[in-house]
Design a protein around this ligand. Structure first.
Ligand SMILES: NC(=O)c1ccc[n+]([C@@H]2O[C@H](COP(=O)([O-])OP(=O)(O)OC[C@H]3O[C@@H](n4cnc5c(N)ncnc54)[C@H](O)[C@@H]3O)[C@@H](O)[C@H]2O)c1
Length: 425
């Protein structure tokens, strides 16, 4: 993985707890060498969490990766894996011992079928965050960085070059998916916890980072899913205006932002990030279908060429969501797309990173999506296929399915999903 030259060293960011400082004054002792810093990353088995933990460990920090599941990758030196649930307070209490900074990265329900598991999403994203905050206070962890998302302010209405002051939280009751709603609650809980006194002395300082979609080598969530849809010829369709824009962030840029945010919660940096939110992205706005062009190219498939009205795609997504829920007791049919995913593609939502640049010193490196695709294609067996009769048959079947789903939608759902579609027209 490419190293990040722009990220500054975390060795300088250890903040002695107030009790520790008092002890030094009392005894008149001065530490000759700063003790090794220890941080904990929840969701440390996931893509961002593991990349962050590995980068921190490379800089000499002792890292605890806490996750329900083991990382796919071998643990690098300086890291320790703790298998635990962020909803298990006792497990968190054990794991947070001696930790200086918690990066709360774990979350659930971001994409695909997970998106519809409401209870699970709520208990992990909201309940888990509450416990993480409580245990920081009980364990005297002075810094907490929360990985939020742009979805806390984006709910399907256009946002162009929004910033932390210009765009308010999207109303909680209007969010189209539970993931975004619960991330918004967790984002606010984290910011509200800023300034909480720690048990036994000191103050908890918190901040939140709001990234858009994450990409990079070996990314597991978006790229393989989209690639599999492309290989099944489901991405012959495109929708949305060609002028629609969104941001992306390379994992290493996001790692850089997390490290800088942790540093900016220290006295050395005047606690500048204390209680602050930051949008973080690569500093570029792109159209999704143009941005994904290298993926089609490298997989050997043609670009999506059939333009479908967004309202049709939205309706189909609504039907697929309802079907998924209705059939759940019998079988699992993961929705190809959810309504909020359709809106993410079809509605412009771009954000400035000026605040992160100015306050954190964030300076995104230039990365290309094509490189991530190259790595993905090398790791999988590319299968180039021609436009055969079988493909044509599949396409016809798909069109038939879309039409039947539309019919079903009109029949069963009445006007509710139609209203959303009409707004899009
Ligand atoms: N991937 C994106 O495009 C994207 C975009 C915006 C924001 N984010 C945010 O970035 C963070 C990391 O995303 P990622 O792409 O690395 O996701 P990921 O799914 O790879 O990682 C999340 C990790 O959280 C773990 N987890 C889930 N429930 C848990 C629980 N109860 N206890 C402990 N661990 C649990 C999962 O096992 C997983 O390893 C998340 O907070 C996400 O909301 C991601």
């Amino acid at each position: 993985m490419k190293t990040n030259p722009a990220s500054s060293s975390l060795e300088t960011c250890r903040v002695a707890g107030q009790g520790e400082k008092a002890l030094q004054q009392k005894t008149g002792t001065k530490p000759t060498q700063a003790p090794r810093q220890k941080v904990l990353v929840t969701g440390g088995g996931g893509y961002l969490g593991f990349s962050l933990g590995s980068s921190l460990a490379k800089r000499g920090t002792s890292v605890v990766l806490l996750d329900l599941r083991r990382p796919h990758w071998p643990l690098p030196p300086g890291t320790e894996f703790v298998q635990a649930d962020v909803r298990d307070e006792e497990a968190l209490y054990q794991a947070f011992q001696g930790v200086d900074c918690v990066f709360h990265v774990a979350s659930y329900g971001m994409s695909g079928a997970e998106k519809l598991q409401k209870q699970q999403i709520e208990s992990i994203n909201v309940g888990g965050t509450r416990l993480v905050i409580n245990v920081c206070v009980r364990r005297r962890v002075p810094r907490l960085v929360y990985t939020s998302t742009v979805n806390v302010t984006f709910g399907g209405k256009p946002i162009e070059q929004g910033n932390e002051d210009s765009v308010p939280y999207f109303p909680l009751d209007k969010h189209m998916d539970h993931y975004s709603r619960t991330k918004a609650i967790a984002d606010q809980l984290t910011l509200m916890a800023n300034g909480t006194p720690l048990l036994g002395g000191g103050t908890l300082r918190t901040c939140v980072l709001r990234p858009p979609g994450i990409y990079g080598p070996e990314e597991q969530r978006h790229l393989p899913r989209v690639a599999s849809h492309i290989k099944k010829r489901l991405f012959m369709f495109r929708f949305g205006d060609r002028r629609t824009r969104m941001n992306w962030v390379h994992v290493q840029n996001l790692v850089q932002a997390h490290m800088l945010a942790a540093e900016a919660l220290t006295m050395a940096k005047g606690y500048v990030a204390s209680g602050q939110a930051y949008y973080v992205n690569d500093g570029e706005s792109v159209n999704l279908f143009e941005w994904m062009a290298p993926l089609f190219e490298k997989l050997g498939y043609s670009q999506p060429w059939i333009q479908v009205p967004t309202s049709c795609v939205y309706l189909t997504a609504a039907v697929m969501e309802y079907l998924h829920l209705a059939l759940r007791p019998i079988c699992t049919i993961p929705p190809l797309l959810t309504r909020s995913e359709v809106l993410s593609v079809a509605v412009t939502h771009t954000f400035q990173i000026a605040k992160a640049r100015a306050q954190l010193g964030y300076a995104p490196d230039k990365f290309s999506f094509a490189d991530a695709v190259e790595r993905y294609v090398q790791a999988t067996t590319p299968q180039r296929r021609g436009f055969t009769m079988l493909t044509l048959l599949r396409l016809l079947l798909l069109l038939l399915l879309l039409l039947s789903l539309l019919g079903l939608a009109l029949y069963f759902l009445g006007l509710q999903p139609l209203q959303g579609a009409v707004q899009l027209l």
